[in-house]
Ligand binder design. Structure first.
Ligand SMILES: N[C@@H](CCC(=O)N[C@@H](CS)C(=O)NCC(=O)O)C(=O)O
Length: 231
């Protein structure tokens, strides 16, 4: 069976998993999940009881949740391409550390800002200030880690860059820092914008005509996935 990625719109962090699948080149399907309506629904909670995207129905029919787990699962199929590394190698440790930084410090820096967007009203100024300081700190730390390298781990793209592409754009929604003041991050971001897989993921999210450079087979509805026989 072809894997199915459940991706969230708008602006989901699942964007990175779409890019990862495209870079891998393996056949896969996508299932579009509207947030917050569908992602919180009883139907989707049969896929992910936590009510979050991404989730991956793997080739063997198991459901895998959490970006870190999904990216590492996909990474095991992208070692020959240099997208990830064998567990036990120093490359794996570096990739895992970078993914963990992105999935915790960088991702969570935006949490106060998402909260203010979802709960508009008075009393948000302190949260915005807090979010701004977290986002600036995470950007400064990642800028130092990048330290002139072309990609997060060195001279070639890995799944960390795929994941970064999905969450770095959140400053478009929350313009609390100007990425241009972090020149290495800005260069990396621009390089990713020119990547066919990133362009494809963007087009898919925005329901524009999208040309896969990888193995995208098509969309499937949540109701049809839920009718599939259990693994
Ligand atoms: N730790 C999770 C976090 C996933 C997460 O928070 N996903 C968001 C989208 S980026 C979501 O699905 N939110 C549900 C909602 O908006 O109700 C992971 O990285 O997989």
């Amino acid at each position: 069976m072809q894997p199915i990625l459940f991706y969230g719109v708008p602006e989901g962090c699942s964007f990175g998993s779409i890019v990862a699948l495209e870079w891998l080149g393996i056949p896969y399907r996508l299932c579009r999940i509207a947030m917050p309506e569908v992602v919180q629904s009883e139907a989707y909670r049969r896929i992910n009881p936590v009510g979050e995207t991404p989730a991956l129905l793997t080739g063997s029919g198991a459901v895998l949740t959490e970006s870190m787990a999904i990216l590492n699962h996909l990474g095991s199929q992208g070692i020959a391409q240099g997208l990830a590394f064998a567990q036990g190698s120093s490359g794996f440790d570096r990739l895992n550390a970078m993914l963990a930084f992105l999935n915790t410090s960088f991702f969570n820096a935006f949490s106060p800002l998402w909260h203010t967007l979802e709960h508009p009203g008075e009393g948000n100024a302190a949260l915005v200030a807090y979010g701004r300081s977290l986002v600036a700190k995470a950007h400064a730390e990642l800028e130092a880690m990048l330290d002139g390298k072309d990609w997060l781990l060195g001279d070639r793209p890995t799944l960390a860059d795929a994941y970064f592409a999905g969450i770095a754009r959140w400053t478009d929604v929350h313009p609390v820092v100007d990425r241009r003041t972090y020149p290495c991050l800005q260069r990396l971001f621009q390089r990713l914008q020119d990547d066919p897989a990133v362009r494809f993921a963007y087009a898919v999210e925005h329901e524009q005509s999208a040309r896969s450079a990888g193995g995208f087979v098509g969309h499937v509805d949540l109701t049809d996935v839920l009718r599939l026989p259990p693994a």
